[in-house]
Design a binder for this molecule. Structure first.
Ligand code: UGA
Length: 434
């Protein structure tokens, strides 16, 4: 069927990866964003976010990839419009769809449009509303599809090109076929369904992954209370092929732009339908408590934070990304400040940050500098650099060798041998012997 002209709306993590991957597959892609600065960076050959392999992909496919702030220019020749704009949460817990409506408002100038495809995460029922809005705008002949996105940050390019599945929801077979053909060359099965079910797949998948994380964190808490070791427990539980080892890493809780928002959106969606989804409410509550519990344990060990200095190792919500949206680090930093601590922080990718709590922290160029003179350190993000660190040097520069490993990244026995009081999640505290 050949290559298509695609306009991607939104040059965030999802839009840029989608645009670059479609260009790699041979399509002509124009990516549109409302932020002038972002588009200027992209036009200048730069990439405004960190995503593994993305800069290379954009450079390699530059002849099929353009960037614009002009919506009319983007849609004029497009055969398919891909909607990858953000859908933030409103005060009622619903998703704010205003950016999707803005995309629809700009479609009148399109001369060759065959389909609108929504990749943004939306409440179930959005597709039906968009379809109705398109019909009343005279776009009856233009197809509609939901094509939810399952890529994880840090490995999004890989996930896009080698997915577990491509889900296409459309009530019109021609549109389903068109969207499936856009994915020719993608190494994964296409699963076709109706629009509402496709929207639900996305929310259900993220909710189940978040549930596994919160479940593991609850088991970890019980391990702490009973003397069991969560890493041993999970290692053996995960060998059951029906359960699998994934998303069972105990830690400071899930963050990022997806799990927190999507779990709340699913709870709101259920509530709006008159159903109290108790399980997802508990998942959210466990996750909210996880960083607070860690700070409380550290506080007890240290005897209070007033006048103390704490090193935060990692700010990103997970390793491999520069993203701090809903990162546990933000809760931890502001809790520590509320308790009277000064913070020295380090992260290899996160760029300079304004506003509370970060504006009143000291940013350090290396983990060792962050720990220099600190009364305690917290591993917040599982950066590999921390695994390779000379922890004996860290113990020597700290005022007191006290480490809370919020990602169970390090070996308790080794840390104890170095002289650390080593606390982690779901494992007994080790008191330094050096
Ligand atoms: C997640 C999903 O994994 C993607 O499939 C989905 O497409 C994406 O959300 C989305 O909705 O856009 P992402 O938010 O990039 O991807 O990150 P994950 O790797 O899933 O991690 C989410 C959070 O859970 C992180 O804070 C991570 O540290 C935490 N986590 C993950 C744990 O605490 N324990 C684990 O075992 C796994």
């Amino acid at each position: 069927m050949g290559n298509r002209r695609i306009a991607v709306f939104g040059a965030g993590y999802i839009g840029l990866v989608t645009g670059a991957c479609f260009a790699k597959l041979g399509h002509e892609v124009v990516v549109r964003d409302i932020q002038d600065e972002r588009i200027a960076v992209l036009r200048g050959g730069g990439v405004p976010i960190h995503e593994d392999g993305l800069a290379e992909l954009i450079a390699q496919n530059a002849e099929r990839l353009t960037f614009t702030v002009d919506a009319q220019e983007a849609v004029r020749d497009a055969e398919v419009v891909y909607v990858c704009v953000d859908t933030p949460t409103t005060p009622s817990g619903d998703a704010d769809l205003s950016r999707i409506w803005q995309v629809l408002d700009s479609l009148h100038g399109a001369r060759h449009l065959a389909a609108v495809v929504v990749k943004s995460t939306v409440p179930v029922g959005t597709g039906a509303r968009v379809r109705a809005a398109m019909d009343s705008a005279g776009l009856h002949a233009v197809g509609y599809a939901a094509n939810p996105e399952f890529t994880a940050e840090g490995r999004a390019v890989q996930d896009f090109l080698h997915p577990d599945r491509v889900v296409i929801g459309s009530d019109d077979p021609d549109t389903t076929k068109l969207v499936a053909q856009l994915h020719d060359g993608v190494d994964g099965p296409v699963v076709e369904m109706d629009v509402a079910s496709a929207e639900m797949v996305k929310l259900a998948a993220n909710a189940l992954l978040a549930t596994k994380v919160s479940f593991t964190n609850e088991i970890a808490t019980i391990c702490e209370a009973t003397g069991a070791d969560v890493e041993r427990v999970v290692g053996a539980v995960g060998l059951d092929h029906r359960l699998g080892p994934h998303f069972m890493r105990a830690g400071l809780g899930y963050g990022g732009s997806c799990f927190p928002k999507d779990s709340r959106a699913l709870r709101a969606l259920s509530g709006n339908a008159g159903y109290a989804f108790q399980l997802i409410s508990s998942v959210i509550e466990v996750n909210d408590l996880q960083p607070r519990r860690a700070i409380q344990r550290l506080k007890e060990e240290l005897g209070g934070f007033q006048g103390r200095t704490v090193a935060l190792l990692g700010m990103a919500f997970k390793a491999g990304t520069d993203d701090i949206r809903e990162a546990p680090s933000t809760i931890i930093a502001s809790r520590l400040q509320a308790e009277g601590a000064s913070i020295r922080c380090w992260d290899p990718l996160v760029r300079a940050l304004d506003g509370a709590p970060w504006s009143s922290t000291t940013r350090c160029p290396s983990p060792l500098e962050a720990m220099d003179g600190a009364d305690a350190a917290v591993v917040v993000t599982e950066w590999p650099q921390l695994q390779e660190l000379a922890w004996d040097e860290a113990a020597a520069v700290m005022r007191r060798p006290l480490l809370f490993d919020g990602r169970n990244l390090l070996d308790p026995v080794q840390m104890g041998a170095i002289g650390f009081t080593y606390m982690s999640v779901g494992r007994s505290t080790v008191r330094g012997t050096a």
